[in-house]
Design a protein around this ligand. Structure first.
Ligand code: SF4
Length: 374
C-alpha cells in the first residue's frame, strides 16, 4: 500500500519559480506560479537575474489550476502516508532522493528534481500548518485582475486552511489597479503584498532604473493599504552609494512615513554579478559604502522613521561581523523584526554599539558579492 502511494507521489509535480521572499520561506508557504519571471527586468541592481533574465510569461488559469490540483493530490497522499508512519514529522525519513529515486540529489534529472521540489514544498507547508501561500513570480499585480481573482479564489477553495495568500507586486503595476480592483482581490483572499521600494529618493530611483517615482510608490502603497492589504516594503541601504547616502536615507524615511507599511524589510545592497550596477562598481563609477557608512545610513533612516509597523532585517546579507565563534548578525533576523515606535530606541542603540565594533571585522558587501548563493 505504501509502495503504491509512493509510486503515485513520484508522478505528481507542479511548477515552482526560483524565488520567494525569505519570510514566505520561513512560513513554508505553498508556492504557486501564476506567471514566469519579471516583466521589467531593468532595475540596475537586479536586472531580472534571479530569473536568469528569461522573458516574462503569463501562465493560463487552467495551467495554474492544474498545478493547484497537483499540490492538493500530493498533500492528500502525504497525509495518508503520515497516518501510516505515525505522524507528518516521521515522513522526513522517506522524503529524500535516496528513498524516492535511489539516487543522490545531484543525480536527479529535470523531471525528478521538479517532482522532488514539489513534494518538499507541500510537505514543509503541511508541517507548518498549511496556512500560507505565495503566488509567484516577480510581479503578480501585472496579471489581469479577473485572472488573479480566479487563481486566488480557486486556491482558497481547494485549500480552506489558508489564512494568508501573498505575492510580489511592482509598484508601477499596483498603481495601475483601481481601488475597486484591489478591494476585489483582497475579498478573494489575497492578503499581503511584497513591494520593492528600494529607496524613497527620486535620484536614486532614477539612477537604478526602478521605473517608478517616489510619488507613485506612495500612491500605490496607500491604495493597497486602503484596500485592506498588509504591506511589506523592502528598502536597500547602500543603494545610493557614497554620493547619495544622505538623501537616500532621509527620503526613504519620508516615503515610509507617508505610507506607514506593516513591515519595512531591510536588504542591504550587495552588487550582484550579471547586473549593470555590478559592472559600474567594478569600473569604479559606483562607490560602495563601507560597513560603518552603511550603519550610519541605516541610523539616519531609522531615527527619522515614524511608522507603527515593524522594521525587519530578515536576510543574511544584513550587517554582520566575524568573531572567533563565527558570524554574528547585528540585528535579529526574524520575520517580525522590531516593533515601531516601541523598539526604535533599541534599534538605534544596536546601531551605536555596532559602530563601536572595528570596521575591519564586518562582513563587507564586496565579500558577499562573490557568493554564488546571492
Ligand atoms: S522589478 Fe524586481 S525582479 Fe524585476 S528587475 Fe526590478 S528588482 Fe528585479
Amino acid at each position: 500500500m505504501v509502495a503504491s502511494e509512493m509510486e503515485k507521489l513520484r508522478e505528481l509535480s507542479f511548477e515552482i519559480g526560483p524565488i520567494r521572499p525569505p519570510s514566505e520561506g520561513g512560513s513554508s508557504s505553498l508556492l504557486i506560479r501564476a506567471s514566469r519571471n519579471c516583466p521589467w527586468s531593468l532595475c540596475k541592481f537586479c536586472y531580472g537575474t534571479p530569473y536568469n533574465r528569461e522573458k516574462f510569461q503569463l501562465r493560463s488559469v487552467e495551467e495554474v489550476k492544474r498545478d493547484i490540483d497537483r499540490a492538493k493530490e500530493i498533500s492528500e497522499l502525504l497525509k495518508a502516508l503520515a497516518k501510516k508512519f505515525g505522524g507528518l514529522y516521521r515522513l522526513s525519513e522517506i522524503i529524500n532522493p535516496e528513498f524516492l529515486y535511489g539516487k543522490e540529489i545531484s543525480e536527479l534529472d529535470r523531471e525528478e528534481l521538479k517532482n522532488f521540489e514539489s513534494i518538499v514544498n507541500v510537505y514543509s507547508w503541511l508541517r507548518a500548518g498549511a496556512r500560507a501561500a505565495f503566488i509567484q513570480d516577480a510581479d503578480s499585480m501585472i496579471l489581469p485582475t479577473n485572472m488573479l481573482i480566479e487563481v486566488v479564489s480557486y486556491l482558497k477553495q481547494v485549500f480552506p486552511s489558508l489564512e494568508r495568500i501573498t505575492c510580489y507586486a511592482r509598484a508601477k503595476s499596483l498603481a495601475r489597479k483601481t481601488l475597486g480592483e484591489l478591494k476585489e482581490l483582497r475579498k478573494a483572499g489575497l492578503s499581503r503584498l511584497h513591494v520593492g521600494l528600494e529607496s524613497g529618493d527620486d535620484d536614486v530611483l532614477k539612477y537604478v532604473n526602478k521605473g517608478v517615482t517616489s510619488q507613485e510608490l506612495i500612491l500605490a502603497s496607500r491604495k493597497a493599504k486602503e484596500a485592506g492589504f498588509e504591506l511589506s516594503l523592502y528598502w536597500m541601504p547602500g543603494l545610493g552609494g557614497k554620493s547619495m547616502t544622505k538623501q537616500h536615507a532621509i527620503n526613504t524615511a519620508k516615503v515610509l512615513n507617508e505610507v506607514n507599511p506593516d513591515f519595512v524589510r531591510t536588504r542591504r545592497f550587495v552588487p550582484r554579478k550579471g547586473t549593470p550596477l555590478y559592472e559600474e562598481w567594478k569600473r569604479g563609477t559606483f562607490e560602495l559604502l563601507s560597513p560603518h557608512e552603511e550603519l550610519r545610513e541605516i541610523r539616519m533612516m531609522v531615527e527619522r522613521l515614524e511608522i507603527t509597523g515593524k522594521l525587519c532585517f530578515d536576510h543574511f546579507i544584513n550587517p554582520a561581523y566575524k568573531t572567533v565563534l563565527g558570524i554574528v548578525w547585528l540585528f535579529k533576523q526574524d520575520y517580525d523584526g522590531y516593533k515601531m515606535p516601541e523598539e526604535k530606541a533599541r534599534v538605534l542603540e544596536i546601531i551605536d554599539n555596532g559602530l563601536k565594533i572595528d570596521e575591519s571585522l564586518y562582513v563587507r558587501a564586496e565579500e558577499l558579492s562573490q557568493l554564488s548563493t546571492l
